[in-house]
Design a protein around this ligand. Sequence first.
Ligand SMILES: O=C(O)CCC(=O)C(=O)O
Length: 284
Amino acid sequence: MGTNSEKKFVEQGYLVMKSALLEADLAPLIAVVSEFVDKRATELYNEGVISDIYEEMSFERRWYAILKACSRENEVFGWHTLVFSEALFDLITHPRVLDVLERLIGGDIQFNGDFWVRPKLPNEKLTTLPWHQDSAYMPHTENDTHLTVWLPLVDVKTENGALQFLPGSHKAGLQTYHRVPDEAFAVPVLPPTSSDTDIDTLEMKKGDLLVFNNLVFHRSLLNRSDIIRWSVDFRYSRIGTSLHGLWHEAIACPARQNGTRQCPTSWRTWRAQWDTSPHKDRFV
Ligand SMILES: O=C(O)CCC(=O)C(=O)O
């Protein structure tokens, strides 16, 4: 990444790094997700709820086929506890991910403890997110830089629920939010004004890396395809940045110190933090 990319990030509030990761970097986490899907399919089959475990189906299709077969909705916008694993930790602290962040916020980086694997199902309203800024859902964070790294686990197109961004929209600061009927999340009182030409739709390939700040407006389109748009996202900030008691603070940890590529936190240490964290039973 050259200085042009950094300038672009400052101007736009987000950046896509093409082919930042290899298939092999994502494979262990995909295996964790697939193992859970397989386990759940087997349980439902043994309970007599479904008559097929869809073993031959691809990663993009299998979970949706299982849910359809038992007439269940996903009911959650993301998986957290289910995917807690060494594979997840390795991706959060992957040198190639942290190299991108280091160029943007320097070589002292903390992982904020916030992670989600998102099975965005076909035609699902819950995961079709309206325009928002992440600081709207992270109280008191608007005066600091918090970065989200977003990684597609399948190729993402407009049709299967790409993210859209409003370049430069972070510069106006955090807007006021309120709750409205039929929206699972708070929405801006004054939705950002945008013409279609302002909107940047991010079609991404598996292996591409998106990073965005906590104030840039973005949204998540409806998945109009018949496959699941699987993705994973993590949040970071500079070491020393207050997390203001956010729900995931207990599993925050240093991911890089003094620009050294060796991660200062081990999987064992992070797992011990998780084992004593108050939120671990709060989410699927
Ligand atoms: O993955 C998605 O569809 C939405 C992600 C998002 O909006 C966020 O992480 O703030």
